[in-house]
Design a protein around this ligand. Sequence first.
Ligand SMILES: O=P(O)(O)OC[C@H]1O[C@H](O[C@H]2O[C@H](CO)[C@@H](O)[C@H](O)[C@H]2O)[C@H](O)[C@@H](O)[C@@H]1O
Ligand SMILES: O=c1ccn([C@@H]2O[C@H](COP(=O)(O)OP(=O)(O)O)[C@@H](O)[C@H]2O)c(=O)[nH]1
Length: 487
Amino acid sequence: MNLVVVSNRVARGKPNEPMTGGLAAALLPVVEHSGAIWVGSSGRVRDGHQKEPFAEIEALGSGAIATLDLPAAHYGGYYEGFANSALWPALHSRSDLIRVSREDYVSYREVNAFMARALMRFRKTRTAIWVQDYHFLALGAELRDLGVDDPIGFFLHTPWPVAAVMQGVPNHRELITAMLAYDLLGFQTEEDRQNFLSYVGGELGLTIEDGVALSQHGRTRCEVFPIGIDAEKFAAYAAKSASHPDVSRLRRSLNGERLAIGVDRLDYSKGLVNRISAFDRLWTEQPQFLRSISLLQIANPSRGAIEAYGNLQNEVARLVTDVNGRHGEVDWTPIRYLNKGFSQAVLAGLYRTAQVGVVTPLHDGMNLVAKEYVAAQNPADPGVLVLSKFAGAANELETALLVNPHDIDGMARAIAIAAAMPLTERKMRWDAMMKKLRGHTIQQWSADFVAELEKCRTDKAAVAPLAAQPPQALRWLKSAISGVRLI
Ligand SMILES: O=P(O)(O)OC[C@H]1O[C@H](O[C@H]2O[C@H](CO)[C@@H](O)[C@H](O)[C@H]2O)[C@H](O)[C@@H](O)[C@@H]1O
Ligand SMILES: O=c1ccn([C@@H]2O[C@H](COP(=O)(O)OP(=O)(O)O)[C@@H](O)[C@H]2O)c(=O)[nH]1
């Protein structure tokens, strides 16, 4: 059986460009190796009523990426509106930031329906469809309405909050009922899965049997699939990164000083204000750390058209200026603050240069940067990861220094401990984390999900197993659809 993966954001397979977010970074190697078709938004819009969706198709390893122009009238209400101003804040337990109109919800549903119609063109023979993330909660239901009987699964990359928070999202009942059209729902952590099941049991009054919700749509299995990374790839990148100009210039500029690194999208879920405040506290309370540790904070601008993101950008910039103004010297800058992205090959070298990795989100589905920082370390002299206990990654990386991102003093203390940690303890902690990363790769994550999806649908109807050999995605696509532009 063929596999179609769907997400709003897709990656372009250009090795020297930064990735936008962990979803795209994670799915790139999956599609490259599985022969899947990855369908997503081109980031462009198209006016009028499209009879046929406009797609551009690009080969990616044994798979292919097909990007669609989304309907102009609905794109803003879908992406900046319902997805990122209602669902994203709710999923990250920030009900106070929910800003949404009835029109946004209509646009969200229109784009889900549009994507369903577009996907019909990418199905030739029996095809499993794997939908990614909160942009497409209702896509499974739209596909079922179009008569699709193939296995359809969904993976949520973000957290799922407690029921009271989800109840703050307009149309939550309708939307979550629609989610039950999926055969399999995947979550990053057990807590997310439990929160979802207690909403479904409590708010929708449905029966849950052994992790399976029973609804008008039939059986929906809910499982945990923590997303992984290609740890060996990061280790290899890091080992040969010293010659890259950005990495060598950074190393030369340090003059024996220790470095902490943070790498995040500029998003309120990432806890940037608290993190910078913790460094401020460290330099104020323990002045021996002045000139002895600095912070390199890469903060990639994200979702800039949304007010909460614009406000955050201003707030962080002001705070960095203030902290640098108070603690800086003519020849020392406490925080190097960069609003741009780097390729993963360069990022690996920057991670390896830093003795401390600071990953302190207030809430995060997984946080791949935490895993990449660990994978990029020098085994003979590894750095220390300071990790928020509210990142999904904390469930696996238990030997990081786990912190509460709301406790500024506690974080300042953890950074000081990390900077001074003896080699034997650093190695012990790193070995344990690396073992976890090697034992659970991104390929394993996708294989586990797809195998479970196949099993779920087999429970409902006998289906052919998913192909062991990747099909030649591009050839299949060319024969399946007409009127597409190959790039
Ligand atoms: O596509 P954008 O609006 O620019 O946002 C980028 C992505 O952000 C989120 O990433 C999540 O996925 C990661 C991988 O599973 C996970 O580690 C992280 O905790 C999540 O926040 C979002 O969920 C994606 O849809 C976006 O593409
Ligand atoms: O300059 C940058 C910053 C980040 N990333 C990648 O973006 C992803 C961020 O994923 P994460 O799960 O940490 O957070 P998200 O942005 O998805 O919420 C990681 O794979 C990073 O390697 C990148 O390629 N270049």
